[in-house]
Design a binder for this molecule. Sequence first.
Ligand SMILES: [Mg+2]
Length: 377
Amino acid sequence: MYWAMRIRGGSAVRITDVEVEKVFIPAPDPPFLWRSGLPGSLPDGYGAVLRVRTDDGCDGVALAPRHGSSALLPDIVDRVLRPWLIGADPLQREWLWHQIWEVDRVEEIPLYLLGTLDTALWDLAGRAVGQPTWQLLGGFRTEIPAYASTTTFSSVAEFLDVADQCLELGYPALKLHAFGDARRDAELCAAVREHVGSEVPLMYDGSAAFDLPDAVFLGHALSDAGYLWYEEPIREFSVTSYKWLAERVRVPLLVGETSDGAHMNTADFIASGCATFVRTSAELRGGFTGAMRTAHLADSFRLRAEPHGPTVTSRQLCMAISNCTYYESLVTSNPVRREWGVDASGIVHAPRAPGIGLQPGPDYPSFLEPFVVDPNS
Ligand SMILES: [Mg+2]
């Protein structure tokens, strides 16, 4: 490939080490559920942190919190990544990102690890110039509203109670992860709309529970109830099934959260005509480089690209992407607790610390503590 000609970068900085640290990821307290058929919150387990160090003393980190990362990330770093990363220019992110796709062609890197190196490099770049990463990406805004994204509660009555609490805590919009039964979910979505009134933006996330007939049934119910978007009702493998769904329902679809291929896959969803919103994330779209490509791709068609998940990377993306609406804030307990960094008006403010930092919560080794985002800042 043409880029294989350019192994050495243009800056004077070089990567001197690439390390992986195992980190303990505690189980959520209290535990919570997802839809029928999916496991709920995970027990105690181990994720990993990738750390890239350079010869000018600057470094960058990225958290891979999913269980299994503690085994898979050291393996891929030791066998494949470290040998060609040592001596590379850490500021040549675009070239390194293309190299990761070449590695992926052989290794089939798990989607949730594909962007870990790129994320650490964007953290490093921010630290190197003393700016938060969203500014380097091209800052667009300094605050954004958060929607309360529920986990699955036990009954319609409990969902209505949780909805009331979310609105009282300042969240201006709600998204439901519901039961995973099309008819029960249709009843729930109508009940929540009836309960909160017509002014509160509502969204629904199917977490890929359905086939096309059930997805069409539920889509009609969401249209009737005036939902803003209908997210991932079907596994995102068949773009055609989403095209057919969009031809059969009026509610706008949000697509492309979990499918492989970053912007290349999102492009096919868009070309099919099914997408009104697309998902983007550093975690599942190949780091910040893939996430921003996906957002710019959507923008060129005047679609919105909504950042996925309650993460420090999502906070950065929300401030850098022009065509997004909300930060996704997960609500997992009843009584409801407002997530750190969401204020009493339901607003998330732009991070100010250099780089990205590490998500607060896990029990990091002491040398990583300076990287952890202060939840009170
Ligand atoms: Mg989702």
